[in-house]
Design a binder for this molecule. Structure first.
Ligand code: ARG
Length: 464
């Protein structure tokens, strides 16, 4: 990067070059150059519109568009000399255009400002990122459906307070993650609508005196609507904050999911195996296989929460309209999108490879009196009030703790010590299968319900 000359785009009113450190301090090109494709897309649409409005000739338009495409090829071939003295991606590209075609290149910026240009670029960029992220969510959800279907009848302990609560099916547990991701998907689709509005034409802040036709650029760029106020158009970044909020929620879900994978792969649980390719070893402890991918995703959630808070703070004191503060929107936004996309990608690759250890899950469900509620419900069906049943079963559990027996391991005589209402039909109720099959309603854990939920899930994904 060179830092010589006075800036050619605004140097007119300046009598000395910008201090070298200030040039570096105020420049954004190091990070905003990743907007180059969307910047060129916006410029091509702008030039097309200017020609239709009679501001550029057709020949000027063609020269601008052809050369912008060549510049894009230069960038993609790694042959573009990004200059820090040209501050940002916008002025780097415009300066290169002028290098190539002289005075015609200087006409591109007619009726436009970097303020509406950058606001347009970020929206175009974020729209594409959202689309990629939506695809990754769908891929992860497909993996969850496949695993849930295969494990619809696999029984594990369900937890509250991380204490054994009631038996659930592993498929049902996996579908809880499917539901959360469906809401994440909806939030991003909704955020995309507000991202997909066009600020171009707002110019610096007040609009422009040229006969621009914003409907044309709107259509060329595939925006759903034109921003209704130029001051708001150049300064608003709430779409970026909204994206970070949706990303933070999705990362929070992935972080909780990660925590379960970390627990389940531990020697204490051993509920699942993760293939070696998603884990790493320890340089000192030869026995170790660490669940790095879930741990990292859990850790990375923190940076996305931070970006949400950072962007809110960036905006909160800004008067209308554009302020240079807004240049600080990019790094957090880029990182939030990169982090969410990569975390989803890692999960989408990993989830179908999860190997459940069905016997161990089942053993765990047999311990911890997971069918105690079923015994209480059984006594209710025999005509006792629920509170009394709760107490009766409490005594039975106490006896079980002391004698080392689970409820299903007690004899009928033993059980009848706690209530004479108990008959030998009780054992069907105390089995794990009896327990999960009994929860046979929409949203319940019965294997039949899990299979129906998988079918509904498949329909949902097919309609996207
Ligand atoms: N690099 C700037 C940004 O990201 C572009 C807009 C600059 N506008 C200005 N008036 N200095 O916000």
């Amino acid at each position: 990067m060179s830092t010589d000359k006075t800036n050619q785009s605004w140097g007119g009113r300046f009598s000395e070059p910008v201090d070298a450190f200030v040039a570096r301090f105020t420049a954004s090109v190091e990070f905003d150059k990743r907007l180059y494709r969307h910047d060129i897309m916006g410029s091509i649409a702008h030039a097309t519109m200017l020609a239709r409005a009679g501001v550029l000739t057709d020949a000027e338009r063609d020269s601008i568009i052809g050369n912008l495409k060549d510049i894009q090829a230069e960038i993609e071939a790694g042959q573009f000399d990004w200059r820090i003295d040209l501050e940002d991606v916008h002025m780097n590209i415009e300066a290169r255009l002028t290098d190539r075609i002289g005075v015609v290149g200087k006409k591109l910026h007619t009726g436009r400002s970097r303020n509406d240009q950058v606001a347009t670029d970020i929206r175009l960029w974020l729209r594409d990122e959202i689309d990629t992220i939506l695809k990754e969510i769908t891929r992860l959800q497909q993996g969850l459906l496949g695993l849930a279907e295969a494990e619809a009848g696999t029984i594990m302990p369900g937890f509250t307070h991380l204490q054994t609560a009631q038996p659930v099916t592993f498929g049902h547990h996996l579908l809880a993650w499917f539901e959360m991701l469906s809401r994440d998907y909806e939030r991003l689709v909704d955020c995309r609508k507000r991202t997909n509005r066009m600020p171009l034409g707002s110019a610096a802040l007040a609009g422009t005196t040229y006969p621009i036709q914003r409907e044309i650029t709107c259509e060329l760029l595939g925006f759903e609507a034109i921003s209704g106020n130029s001051l708001d158009g150049v300064s608003d970044r709430d779409f970026a904050i909204e994206f970070c909020a949706a990303a933070a929620l999705a990362m929070m879900h992935l972080s909780r999911f990660s925590e379960e994978l970390v627990l389940w792969t531990s020697a204490q649980f051993q509920f699942i195996d993760l293939p070696d390719r998603f884990c790493t070893g320890s340089s000192i402890m030869p026995q170790k296989k660490n669940p790095d991918v879930p741990e990292l995703v859990r850790g990375k959630s923190g940076r996305v929460f931070g970006h949400l808070s950072g962007l809110l703070t960036l905006m909160k004191g800004q008067p209308l309209a554009y302020n240079k503060d807004n240049q600080e929107d990019k790094e957090p936004l880029f990182d939030a999108a990169d982090t969410l996309r990569d975390s989803l990608r890692a999960f989408a690759d990993m989830v179908p490879a999860i190997k459940p250890r069905r016997e161990i899950m089942r053993e765990a469900a047999l311990r911890g009196f997971s069918t105690a509620t079923d015994l209480a419900d059984y006594l209710v069906r025999k005509g006792l009030p629920f509170r009394d049943c709760h107490e009766i079963v409490g005594h039975a559990v106490k006896y079980g703790v002391e004698s080392g027996k689970d409820l299903a391991e007690m004899s009928l005589d033993e059980l009848r010590r706690f209530s004479d209402q108990i008959g030998d039909d009780v054992f069907a109720v105390l089995t794990l299968e009896g327990s999960v099959n009994a929860r046979d309603h929409i949203g319940g854990t019965a294997p039949a319900q899990v299979r129906q939920a998988v079918a509904r899930g498949r329909e949902l994904l097919a309609a996207r």
